[in-house]
Design a protein. Structure first.
Lengths: 320, 305
């Protein structure tokens, strides 16, 4: 009879063993203390989420105590700073989508091309050199990008190119172009990882059938890595809609229901920063509107992050 | 007798559609390389442009004088000190908690639903925009948090400690994720050996798992610190947008940081302030990019082993 079987057959022995284990833990109070402290650390992140949801939705509820839900969702004018105040979220959402649309238009093709190059064409040494440089772009503080969007892109590039009368000093396009640069490394790096994870056999089979490098890259590797690529783009989208400084500095502060690039607009984050810079007193509608917009932004990014997580997890299962 | 003529000339060059496909493929290399170099080019140009406009403004006085209404007299003294205070405090708050969380998740938490909820929660927190952390900091730390009439967190005002708590929560998820990855890289055989020799679980973690994970944890931490040092929006929201003309001496002081000073100068219309902003950007970029470089070097050094 093995020891395990002996334990199974005698409940007495089990409880005896459990007592012994408890006693051994008691004899190491330090150990118990440490594990307790580690547990507390783990709880802090859970608590953070709870606090975010509690404060955002608490003040949002206060906002909807004064402003009708229907006004928020079904009217289109956002005018919070002067009378008559109107709070239709769509102008701010349009501002965010405007910047998102134009930045993706540039960042997705360039970022994916860079990913294909690094994964399928580049010599390993070239990749070891280029990848950290691209990732350095992701480390540039956004206030630096903001400075460039306003001073360089608008004043030194767009205005001389298209004329002062067609390019307002604050415009969505300058923010979008710089935002594209900001998310380029996210798209390139995450997609490159996905492409590098595609098994070699697939590539070699394609080469064996006479495919050229270009065909292997775009007809074999690209489709095989598609879920990782989509996840990369989703991560980039979440970064764009949450980015604040670039749009606050360069895109303007006039809510505007348009997707045209050469317009002065305001995004959700831009509005939040504007209110934070002013001194809206606690309890005023301006103050609670900050939280209503923040909740909207939070829900947007939350949904995108969840979809990205699901796609990434599924993609991991495919090749591991 | 002359050598027999071959009926056709044999060539190894492809012709027709195959030649076209090969040519396309060869050409594609340069197009894709060009796309990759756009990013590198932008980084090089950004560097060139700020050094050209701000390089002349950068001197010892600029680093050691207080901000001023006159561009020529303004400097970074209070914002550099503010950044140093906030970063020191952020790191000392965030790192122990992040590493503790990672150890708890990898070594002690019972595998199951609860653990996967914590994992998902951290992945989601990592995607929350920084301005939302600012709003959390404003509502919870600056104005204080009370629940059911009980003051759970006192109102800290727009102080260094409020800023550091906010940034610590902001960098916590990415530091936890990096630490978890680092702990997973430690070979299980080390752990098993230690446990088999009778070490307790904590002794195993402290003497064997953690030392092996230190390079990975450091890389992740340094990248997180670089992010926090460049953070602007969250700190503006908690109220660090202030004119500070004194040296910070306590964690309850109001403060400002280098990125906010740069933002402030950027929004002023006078050209001289733009020059100040460029000079400030040089200081910030040198700090942030050297942190990034250190992180890359640590990663390269230890990944080769």
């Amino acid at each position: 009879m093995s020891a395990n079987q002996a334990l199974r057959d005698s409940p007495d022995a089990v409880s005896q063993l459990q007592r012994k284990m408890r006693k051994s833990l008691r004899s190491r109070p330090f150990e118990v203390l440490i594990i307790g402290a580690l547990w507390l650390c783990g709880m802090i992140s859970v608590l953070t989420t709870a606090l975010i949801i509690f404060t955002l939705f608490g003040e949002t509820a206060a906002f909807f105590g004064e402003i009708a839900v229907t006004e928020f969702f079904f009217t289109t004018q956002w005018q919070a700073l002067f009378e008559p105040q109107t709070f239709g979220i769509w102008e701010l959402v349009a501002g965010t989508l405007n910047v998102l649309l134009w930045s993706l238009l540039f960042a997705v093709p360039i970022g994916l091309a860079a990913a294909v190059y690094l994964s399928e064409y580049a010599h390993p040494n070239v990749r070891r050199l280029l990848k950290p440089i691209l990732e350095a772009l992701a480390g540039v503080p956004t206030v630096v990008y903001a400075f460039f969007a306003l001073t360089f892109v608008t004043e030194d590039f767009l205005r001389p190119l298209l004329g002062n009368e067609r390019v307002p000093i604050f415009n969505a396009f300058s923010a979008s172009l710089i935002m594209a640069v900001m998310i380029l490394p996210t798209i390139a790096s995450v997609s490159e990882d996905a492409m590098s994870n595609v098994p070699r056999d697939l590539r070699e089979a394609a080469y064996g059938l006479g495919s050229t490098r270009l065909e292997v890259a775009f007809k074999v590797v690209f489709p095989a890595a598609l879920s990782g690529i989509i996840a990369a783009i989703l991560l980039a989208i979440a970064r764009v809609i949450g980015e604040t400084m670039i749009v606050a500095v360069a895109a303007g502060s006039t809510p505007n229901l348009t997707l045209m690039p050469l317009e002065s607009i305001q995004t959700m984050t831009g509005y939040m920063l504007q209110i934070a810079l002013g001194d809206a007193g606690r309890g005023t509608t301006q103050y609670t509107s900050l939280f209503a917009v923040a909740s909207t932004l939070f829900i947007f990014t939350f949904i995108i992050n969840v979809i990205a997580t699901i796609i990434v997890n599924r993609f991991r299962e495919a090749y591991d | 007798m002359t050598s027999p003529e071959l009926p056709v000339e044999i060539s190894l060059r492809a012709e027709g559609p195959v030649a076209r496909r090969q040519m396309l493929s060869r050409a594609s290399r340069y197009v894709l390389l060009g796309a990759t170099l756009i990013g590198v080019g932008v980084l090089a140009f950004l560097t060139y442009d700020v050094v050209r406009t701000g390089g002349g403004r950068l001197d010892w006085d600029f680093l050691t004088t207080y901000p001023s209404r006159r561009a020529a007299d303004a400097g970074l003294r209070s914002s550099i000190l503010g950044t140093a205070w906030v970063m020191a405090l952020t790191v000392s708050l965030a790192i122990p908690v992040a590493v503790g969380t990672a150890i708890f998740m990898e070594e002690f938490a019972p595998k199951g639903k609860a653990l996967s909820v914590i994992r998902l929660n951290i992945a989601n927190l990592a995607g929350v925009p920084s301005i939302i952390y600012g709003i959390l900091g404003l509502a919870v730390f600056v104005r204080g948090f009370e629940l059911g009439g009980i003051q759970l967190i006192p109102a800290l005002g727009p102080s260094i400690i409020a800023g550091a708590l906010t940034l610590a929560l902001m960098i916590l998820p990415m530091t936890v994720i990096a630490s978890v990855e680092a702990i997973r890289q430690v070979p299980p055989s080390l752990r098993d050996g230690s446990l088999a020799l009778g070490a307790s679980r904590w002794q195993t973690v402290w003497h064997h798992t953690l030392p092996g994970a230190v390079p990975g944890i450091m890389t992740g931490t340094i990248l997180a610190v670089a992010r926090a040092a460049g953070e602007t929006a969250a700190l503006i929201v908690i109220g660090a947008f202030a004119f500070i003309a004194f040296d910070n001496s306590s964690i309850n002081d109001s403060f400002t940081v280098v990125p906010i000073q740069i933002y402030n100068w950027t929004t002023l219309p006078q050209e001289a302030f733009r020059v100040n902003a460029s000079a400030g950007i040089i200081v910030l970029m040198v700090a942030v990019l050297s942190l990034n470089l250190i992180a890359v070097l640590i990663r390269e050094r230890f990944s080769r082993k």
